[in-house]
Design a protein around this ligand. Structure first.
Ligand code: ZN
Length: 133
């Protein structure tokens, strides 16, 4: 387990269990980020989780009410995936790899949320080309 600070003074607790009870390499619950042990070297997953911890703190824990709406959940996850992408490929380093990776994340999100946005649209959202309301 390790600690990370969010908003300078609030704590996030990161655990690396052998297995998770979900079909995902990571999950965040409140200030607790769980990353399966085999992905413990993936700093981008940790940063993804920290975005969700920030969302938890900045809503005083009411983020889970937002989770009742698929669209809200999608927007919260977009924020986390944008951070994940930025950590993996910072700035304009290797734009073609960034575009490819955004496409992969876009596919994951399109299949996960099924809110009528295709992989390409979500990829463009992740690349900051436009935002959804
Ligand atoms: Zn997420």
């Amino acid at each position: 387990m390790k600690f990370r600070a969010v908003y300078k003074i609030l704590s996030a607790f990161i655990f690396y269990p052998e297995k998770l009870c979900v079909d995902s390499p990571n999950i965040t619950i409140g200030p607790f980020v769980f990353i399966s042990k085999k992905h413990n070297d993936k700093i981008e997953l940790e940063e993804h989780g920290l975005v969700h911890v920030k969302q938890f703190y900045r809503t005083f824990g009411f983020v889970y009410i937002l989770y009742l709406s698929k669209n809200s959940r999608f927007k919260l996850d977009i924020e986390a995936y944008k951070r994940q992408l930025e950590v993996k490929i910072p700035g304009n380093n290797n734009p073609s790899l960034k575009k490819y990776l955004a496409g992969r994340y876009g596919e994951v999100l399109a299949n996960k949320y099924k809110i009528g946005l295709n992989k390409k649209t979500i990829r463009n959202i992740l690349l900051g080309k436009f935002w959804v309301h």
